[in-house]
Design a protein around this ligand. Structure first.
Ligand code: ARG
Length: 582
């Protein structure tokens, strides 16, 4: 249990000793530090419960509080608000226990298995800005949930199935009709064929093919036909599809690597195909499928619906499966292969209807029981300066790689040539650019749309990823310079800034819990900025390395070490890598 929670338990005992029972303690850090560091607001609730005067209750609690040496500056304000501070000795104890073990300040959760679906990159198509938000938020939620004790599996859930891939294979056939893939009589090994196509080619082929399909009915027909061939594992077509997936996946992996995003499962929509027949049987046997103009649909309306709820398209009239059906089969697969307690989908808010329909159909068919939580963890749009979705300079759709390059141009300008050599520059600028992008992405509540201003968020000053990196590197460098000095225990807590740092450190577990509860990283993003800014204030107020009072110097160094470790912990949760220098 965290130090803060222990403190809360002790306060409950104190209240009990005063003669009252309190379940949910109303303890808040005070914003009037002159009155006390904390405010205990329970007297009002207790007054209602016990039909007593809140002030009298407060007085009784204060009497008990005063018996405990950990509390000082105890007073009552207004109708019965209790203000108090923590004694210096107690704060020093807390800091020393944090120094011994940062995890002493985290509330570990009961065991639970969660699958997080946060990739969604599409094979043969460039990743776009929407995929960036999935990766950022999903990866951070995975790391946070893991730190707090859950078992978490991250799944890339690649878009590797369905019509787009049929078109790509068709277009390759048009370009290279003589490839052995299209020769029915080929009896060699498909793995030995060298395909004259790179990932860049693939990214051009898809838009070309889909344009053709829009203009030409017979091309569209052919494309559907190829899709069916792939889905039926037809010789040659299926093998070429596998090859295309392999080429594209290698590139997708590189992008996710750059984003410090690591999946445990590299499954795709195609991996659910094996569950399709079973899925259809379940829906069929429960009488959930209805015929509708040659298609099969599932009615997912509910009596409480205020807005119209369209039926879920299970099998399209041309016999192919829908995006919804693929997700249903994936839920069946996950249930059978991993049996999770929860599945979270970190996907753009604009897919809200899709998930609502899918989840409702899942419940109707009882693919998973009520105890399994399915949640669409939606997010808003990241926009450019004009408030509209990011565009390239010539007005095209911005690819994710394009966006990273754009930010990197800015961060490159801010790399210090005195500390970073010419050969390391590119790599460091990339890390800083990723930090800029990720941190900006976490600052607003996840469902809010926001504007990403490249210059602003690449800056070393202000609420930015680069500022956090720069400050954290500076803490590390201070600790390195002090490595021959004594750095064991905090012995004194002197200035007001140090005191504020100590109080801020105590709040950490609440911040982590809240972020997990809201499944949004904004509280962590705010917190790490506040803590870092407080530390930087302390740093400018004091000359740690030349301080002559040894007890004071040692205390400052240990404080630096704690803040540094907390920063590392939080940056790691946010998926932000810290370069050695910048
Ligand atoms: N591939 C989809 C897209 O790019 C996202 C997939 C999201 N995950 C899911 N299970 N549907 O829009």
């Amino acid at each position: 249990m965290s130090i803060l929670n222990n403190l809360k338990e002790d306060l409950k005992t104190i209240i009990k000793n005063a003669g009252y029972e309190e379940e949910n303690l109303a303890l808040e850090p005070s914003n009037r530090r002159d009155l006390g560091e904390y405010q205990l607001n329970d007297s009002m609730q207790l007054a209602k419960k016990y039909h007593e005067n809140p002030k009298i209750i407060a007085e009784k609690i204060v009497e008990e509080l005063k018996k405990d040496k950990r509390f000082t500056n105890i007073n009552i304000a207004g109708v019965g608000f209790i203000n108090f501070s923590l004694s210096k000795e107690y704060k020093i104890d807390i800091l020393n226990s944090l120094n011994a073990d940062i995890y002493a300040n985290i509330n570990k959760k009961e065991n639970k298995k969660i699958i997080i679906d946060y990739g969604g990159a599409n094979v043969a198509k460039a990743l776009h800005v929407g995929h960036l938000r999935s990766a950022n938020i999903g990866e951070a939620l995975k790391r946070l949930a893991r730190e707090l004790g859950y078992e978490v599996l991250g799944d890339a859930h690649l878009g590797d199935y369905g019509r787009p891939l049929g078109f790509v294979v068709l277009e390759i056939k048009k370009m290279y009709p003589d490839l052995p893939y299209f020769d029915e009589n080929y009896d060699g090994n498909y793995d030995e064929i060298s395909l004259p196509i790179t990932n860049e080619d693939l990214e051009k082929i898809y838009p070309l093919a889909s344009q053709k399909a829009k203009e030409d009915e017979s091309y569209l027909e052919e494309g559907r036909d190829v899709t069916t061939k792939i889905q039926n594992h037809e010789k040659g077509y299926y093998d070429l599809w596998k090859k295309v997936v392999e080429i594209s996946k290698a590139d997708i992996k590189q992008v996710y690597d750059m984003l410090n995003t690591e999946f445990d499962l590299w499954l795709g929509e195609s991996d659910a195909a094996a569950y399709m027949d079973e899925l259809e049987e379940i829906f069929e046997s429960k009488g959930l499928l209805e015929d509708s103009q040659g298609a099969k649909i599932v009615n997912v309306e509910e009596p409480e619906d205020k807005a119209p709820m369209p039926p879920l398209l299970f099998i399209k009239s041309n016999g192919t499966l829908s995006y919804e059906t693929t997700d249903l089969a994936t839920i069946l697969q996950r249930k059978k292969e991993y049996n999770p307690d929860e599945i979270w989908y970190v996907v753009d808010n604009r897919q809200g209807l899709h998930f609502e329909q899918t989840f409702r159909a899942t419940r109707k068919a009882e693919i998973v029981g009520e105890e399994v939580n399915l949640e669409h963890v939606g997010f808003g749009t990241m926009n450019g300066k004009d408030g509209k979705p990011f565009k390239t300079r010539d007005g095209g759709v911005m690819s994710l790689k394009g966006l990273i390059d754009l930010v990197k141009e800015e961060t490159l300008k801010r790399i210090n040539p005195e500390t970073v050599s010419e050969d390391e520059k590119e790599e460091v600028a990339t890390l800083v650019a990723i930090a800029a992008l990720k941190y900006a992405d976490f600052l607003p509540y996840r469902e809010t749309d926001y504007i990403f201003e490249v210059e602003k968020f690449s800056d070393l000053e202000g609420k930015t990823g680069p500022y956090l990196l720069y400050s954290t590197i500076r803490m590390k460098s201070l600790l390195n310079k002090a490595k021959d000095l004594k750095m064991e225990k905090i012995k004194v807590l002197k200035g007001e800034t140090e005191n504020n740092i100590a109080l801020s450190l105590l709040q950490l577990p609440e911040v982590l819990d809240k972020s997990l509860e809201t499944k949004s990283l904004n509280d962590i993003a705010e917190y790490i900025y506040t803590l870092t800014a407080l530390y930087n204030k302390f740093y400018s107020e004091n000359k740690v390395l030349t301080e002559e009072n040894q007890e004071l110097q040692e205390s400052w160094l240990v404080l630096t070490k704690i803040v540094y470790n907390v920063n590392l912990l939080l940056l790691n949760i946010l998926g932000i890598k810290v370069p050695e220098k910048m």
